[in-house]
Every structure is written in C-alpha cells, then in structure tokens.
Design a protein around this ligand. Structure first.
Ligand SMILES: Nc1ncnc2c1ncn2[C@@H]1O[C@H](COP(=O)(O)OP(=O)(O)OP(=O)(O)O)[C@@H](O)[C@H]1O
Length: 355
C-alpha cells in the first residue's frame, strides 16, 4: 500500500511562497496528475515528494511512513524527469534493468522477467539489444518510463516527461504509459501543464494555482463541474464563458437568459454573480427559439475536426460558441443562443456555488 499523504506542506523561497499549505492524499494505485499554469508550484511540490527539496513546514507520508526528512535514495520511488539520464553504452534492456542490479531483494531471474514484461508492454521487444543512442527522443523516454516502473517501487514520479518529445512519439509514449500503469498499479504522480495529457492519463487531476490545489477530482468532473472560475477558464480549449448575472428578489437575471430564472433556494443573498457555460453547450440557431437570446456573430468560424469555433456579442459581452455545424449567419449577422439552464455554473467571487 502506498498512499501519499501531503500534510499541510508549505515551501517558501525567501519571502516567496511557492507551495502554500497543501493538505491532500493521492490514493494507492492511482494516477494523479498535477496540472496548472507555469509557476503554480507543480515542480516544487514534486521535488518535495522526490526528496530533492525539503518542505518549509508540513510532512509527507508514503504508505504511512514519514519520509519528510529522507533523501531521495531512501524513499524507494521511481522518477522520470524531462531529461532522464541514460547510459549510452548500455542496451535498452540493460538501462531498464539497471536500478535493480544493486537491489538484493531482486534476483537476476526476477530482474530479467520484469525487464521482459516492461519491454513487452512498451512494445519494444525488438529494441531490447539496441543502444540508447540509436533511439529517437520518444523511444528514449519510453525506456525512461520502463526503467522507472520496472523496479516496481510503489510510487513513481513523473515531471513533464513528454516535454521534449515530438507530437506523434508523444501519443505513443502516453499510450505506453497508460498500459504500463494499468498493468502495474503503482501510485503515480505526474506533473504536466498540458490539459489533454492530464485528461488522458489521470485517474484524478489536482488543479493547481498560485501554490494551492484548487480542486482534486476525476477529469470529467473537473471539466463539467469546476469549483472555481479559474478551473472553468483553464480547462477546455477554449475555456468556459463567463457572463455577468444579478440575483434580486428571488430571481437571477443575465444577458444570457431570455427570462429570469428562479434563484436556487440555497444560494444566499442578492447581488452580482457570474454565470459560466462551456462553449460547446450553447445552441446557436438562425431563428429565435423558446428561451433564446439574440446575438451578433463577430468572428469567422474556424472549422476543426467537424466542429466550428466562433465568437458572438451579447451587447458588450463576448461569448465563444463551439458547434457541430457552420454558424447560421454571415459575419455581423444575428444568431440566436439557447443555453441549457441546468448546465449553467453559478460563481460568486470566483468560487462556484453548488446547490
Ligand atoms: N529554488 C528556487 N528559488 C526561488 N524561487 C523558486 C525556486 N524554485 C521555484 N521557485 C519559484 O516558485 C514558483 C513555482 O515554481 P515551480 O517550478 O514549482 O512551478 P511550476 O508550476 O512547476 O512551473 P513550470 O511549469 O514553469 O515548471 C515560481 O514562481 C518559481 O520562480
């Protein structure tokens, strides 16, 4: 069992707080992705898990064992970073088996078995005897992934391992990674700033901003029900639309709504709110429909893979719309927008209200 517990961990560099009082658990056998924009503290948190950086305060526990003061080699974790160290004079199989060579608990036969298994899952059997320098960047990273998982440490840490890999090799690497982790059920923490990668790989995503974890959830939950405006904006391509709204006298009014909505009974107080809606949930028609509001088409639609991405104006407000057919009007023409009210997110001061 190797649950990871981060117990109120803070890391300061001088007066700057890079990681701010993070308290959370990564479940045993799950792939957790740390996702967030540059500078949010992902790498710093990861380096503390690896033992390369000591928390200013707080504790880190692996499977109930307090590892806060232990150096990396005593933590029994596998690691893959952006530029893994490979031994060019050793073969692929030797590189994968290397961390087990000095481990007395692993016999030579067992080591061979594990290396063969990993080569199999990575679909690299035919490369077993090749030297590292004969491989492209993507295959080298596959070897690094294989090396980190083959020793079967309970925890494996990955810090942006696909950064230097070109796009096709990256997909192959992600596929291989997913197969390996499903097979071996290790606890994985994976840092990325690439949301597609996180959505593809993670059992759960920890969304970070400014040294904090804003939300830790299943990928689809994070996408469908972001707990903050930041989450709605950061996830999605493009992100969520935000439209002002006003709560007064038991109703909610917004330029996005043809009729005022009944304010949810549990939403306290009146005043300014923000409504969030994903671009792909908005219906755009040429003629008015029940509940639709008129808007002006302000952008040429960009067609990508059968979807059309465009922008419209609702008075002063710009709204992104992502539909499966071309906009029903020319640039500058009028379209009509209908939103599924049950899918609207309500935010107050950046935080989502959940009934
Ligand atoms: N050794 C250090 N000394 C001072 N500041 C640091 C140090 N390491 C990191 N920081 C700062 O802490 C903040 C978080 O950095 P970190 O590398 O953890 O972010 P990140 O989310 O991994 O970003 P990126 O994706 O760009 O690597 C940044 O503002 C960075 O400048």
């Amino acid at each position: 069992m190797a649950e990871i517990v981060i117990d109120h961990v803070t890391k300061r560099f001088g007066s700057f707080t890079a990681v701010s009082d993070i308290a959370m658990r990564f479940a045993d056998g799950e792939v957790a992705c740390l996702l967030g924009p540059s500078g949010c503290g992902k790498t710093t948190l990861m380096r503390m898990l690896a033992g390369l950086e000591r928390p200013t305060s707080g504790r880190i526990l692996f499977g109930g064992r307090d590892v806060t003061a232990l150096p990396p080699r005593k933590r029994n974790v596998g690691m893959v970073f952006q530029y893994p160290v490979m031994y060019p004079t050793l073969s692929v199989a030797e590189n994968i088996g290397l961390p087990m060579v000095h481990d007395r608990s692993v016999s030579a036969a067992e080591r061979e078995k594990r290396v063969a298994e990993v080569l199999d899952v990575l679909d690299m059997r035919d490369k077993a005897t090749a030297f590292i320098e004969e491989l492209d960047a993507g295959s080298r990273q596959k070897v690094a992934v294989g090396r980190a998982v083959a020793r079967q440490s309970e925890i494996v840490l990955f810090d942006e391992p696909t950064t230097n890999v070109e796009v096709n090799a990256k997909l192959a690497l992600i596929r291989a990674f997913k197969l390996v982790t499903q097979r071996l059920r290790q606890t994985i923490v994976y840092v990325t700033h690439d949301q597609t990668e996180a959505m593809t790989l993670a059992d759960r995503i920890a969304l970070m901003q400014a040294g904090r974890i804003l939300q830790y959830d299943r990928p689809h939950k994070l996408y469908d029900e972001p707990s903050s405006e930041f989450g709605g904006w950061f996830l999605g391509n493009p992100g969520m639309n935000f439209v002002p709204a006003e709560a007064a006298g038991g109703t909610l009014r917004s330029p996005l709504l043809a009729e005022p909505l009944a304010k949810p009974a549990s939403l306290p107080g009146d005043g300014k709110l923000t409504l969030g809606i994903r671009p792909e949930l908005i219906r755009m028609t040429g003629a008015p429909e029940t509940g639709s509001v008129p808007a002006v088409l302000t952008d040429q639609a960009i067609g990508i893979a059968g979807r059309y991405l465009t922008k419209v104006r609702l008075g002063e407000i710009e709204v992104k719309v992502n539909t499966d057919r071309r906009p029903p009007a020319a640039l500058g023409g009028t379209v009509h927008l209908t939103v599924p009210v049950e899918r609207l997110a309500i935010f107050r001061n950046g935080e989502r209200f959940s009934p």
